[in-house]
Ligand binder design. Structure first.
Ligand code: F6P
Ligand code: MG
Length: 463
């Protein structure tokens, strides 16, 4: 296998890595510092406040080290099993500085390091430092949530659709799930709330179809409908989740659709164990979303103090549609058809090329019919976040988890990074010429940085 392609480095001014390390991460750290300040209870809880001050100091120090390109210190041992893996890698690299490092390694280290400040405390152990921004955007997604909730019962009633209509519906639900990823919060430092809302509605989805640069959905339709037609008892589909809020909502929407149409018999969802890349799903985010759907008026209206949002009303039909969706998801969960499975692997720095080395997790994934990887970071990990030529076949970029690996992989990814594979000849060059930010500087692949374009790519590792 060819591993000659080089990782994207933070020092590479043509890569989004450089902008991320020098501009976005300091802003994200500042927001985290603010969040701890705001959550400190003051004199009502001296111990927690004291620990909060220490956490703030640590985050300030981290920000200083990042901005002054200092060496990365070993992670503090918080007793959790992934720390040694980071520290072994750091030791092997020999005191690397922030700008010397690969984008993937350093960005994962950043979030894992932030989390150690909390996990080593006594009062802040389960504090999600990014929670308030997650809640704000979930509340501001109400228009898109409503639109989808109103359609839920019609897409989940046992099918009386023609083949053509079934296929169209299937494609549309997957595209909803794809574009749900356009709205992650770590990009909020570059996009406004209004821009994010405009990425979410059905009009935006139709407009965006031409921006899907590779689309293997037909193969997924054939796969799942044939499995269903074969009468196979169990059809398990896994989703390696990305962001909470609206994206988790559309992931559950997809799960509800697949289960009710018999295109899957059980869905396994994989969240993260630590606050991750700002908006990634934690186990606690499920409860937050489900509670919001169970009592939409309370969550979206009564408690909504989001100044960015154009105010919305919820009438009785709206509230009923959302509650109906909740009831369906809650039933699937209660019946054991929709489960959540955590694993420390998802917050390591590793490209997914090392998945087969994690025997237990890999065996588990292999017993699934299809593993769907959501989002940009997962795509960077699938492809190693190295500078592949953009026409490299997706199978090849997957390396150890590609052809013959025993696992079927589907990436649903809106592009928010540099790596991209599986494009037709000339597409990258054309977009470099045409994309507005690129006009003066075709050395950068900035068309791929802001979630405007997407790829839907499949590799059948069981074939
Ligand atoms: O490109 C910006 C960025 O924050 C990257 O750091 C990261 O790969 C990605 O976006 C996170 O996006 P997603 O939530 O889709 O993985
Ligand atoms: Mg994310």
């Amino acid at each position: 296998a060819d591993r000659k392609a080089e990782p994207y480095l933070n020092s590479d001014q043509n890569s989004f890595a450089f902008t991320s390390a020098t501009k976005r991460w300091p802003v994200i750290l500042t927001q985290a510092i603010d969040a701890v300040f705001r959550a400190s209870p003051g004199t009502s809880d001296e111990l927690k406040t004291k620990e909060g001050r220490k956490i703030v100091e640590e985050l300030v120090k981290l920000k200083y080290e990042l901005q002054h390109n200092r060496a990365l210190s070993p992670l503090r041992d918080d007793g959790l099993p992934d720390i040694a893996h980071y520290n072994d890698a750091l030791a092997e690299l020999g005191e690397p500085r922030w700008l010397d490092l690969s984008w993937l390694f350093s960005e994962c280290y950043l979030y894992r390091r932030i989390s150690t400040s909390f996990t080593t405390s006594t009062q802040w152990k389960s504090f999600d430092v990014f929670l308030s921004s997650k809640l704000t955007t979930l509340r501001s997604s109400l228009p898109a949530i409503l639109e989808l909730a109103h359609r839920y019962s019609s897409i989940t009633t046992p099918s009386t659709f023609t083949d053509e209509a079934s296929s169209l519906l299937f494609h549309e639900i997957f595209l909803i799930c794809l574009w749900g990823n356009a709205t992650d919060l770590s990009l909020l430092t570059s996009l406004s709330y209004e821009q994010i809302q405009s990425l979410q509605g059905s009009h935006a989805r139709k407009e965006s179809e031409k921006n899907i640069l590779a689309n293997d959905l037909d193969k997924i339709y054939t796969l799942l409908t044939s499995l269903k037609a074969s009468g196979q008892k169990e059809i398990r589909v896994d989703i390696v989740l990305d962001n909470s809020g609206f994206e988790l909502f559309v992931d559950l929407y997809l799960a509800g659709y697949l289960l009710s149409q018999g295109l899957a018999t059980n869905i396994v969802l994989h969240p993260k164990n630590h606050p991750w890349f700002v908006s990634d799903v934690l186990p606690s985010d499920f409860a937050i979303l489900l509670n919001a759907l169970q009592d939409p008026i309370d969550f979206f209206i009564t408690k909504n103090d989001n100044e960015h949002e154009i105010k919305h009303e919820l009438n009785d039909q709206d509230a009923d549609a959302i509650k109906g969706l909740f009831a369906s998801l809650a039933t699937f969960h209660a019946e054991g058809k929709m489960t959540i499975r955590t694993n420390k692997y998802w917050t390591t720095q590793d490209p997914f090329w090392t998945l087969p080395e994690d025997k237990e997790l890999w065996e588990d994934l292999k017993s699934s019919e299809l593993v769907i990887y959501k989002g940009d970071l997962n795509y960077r990990k699938l492809t190693g976040d190295v500078a592949w030529p953009p026409t490299t076949p997706f199978d090849e970029a997957l390396q150890t988890i590609g052809k013959g690996s025993g696992c079927r992989t589907l990436a649903l990814r809106t592009c928010k990074g540099d790596v991209v594979v599986g494009l037709d000849e000339g597409v990258d060059e054309r977009l470099r010429r045409e994309y507005k930010d690129n006009v003066d500087d075709q050395a950068k692949r900035s068309w791929a940085w802001y979630g405007k374009y997407a790829v839907v790519q499949f590799c059948d590792g069981k074939a």
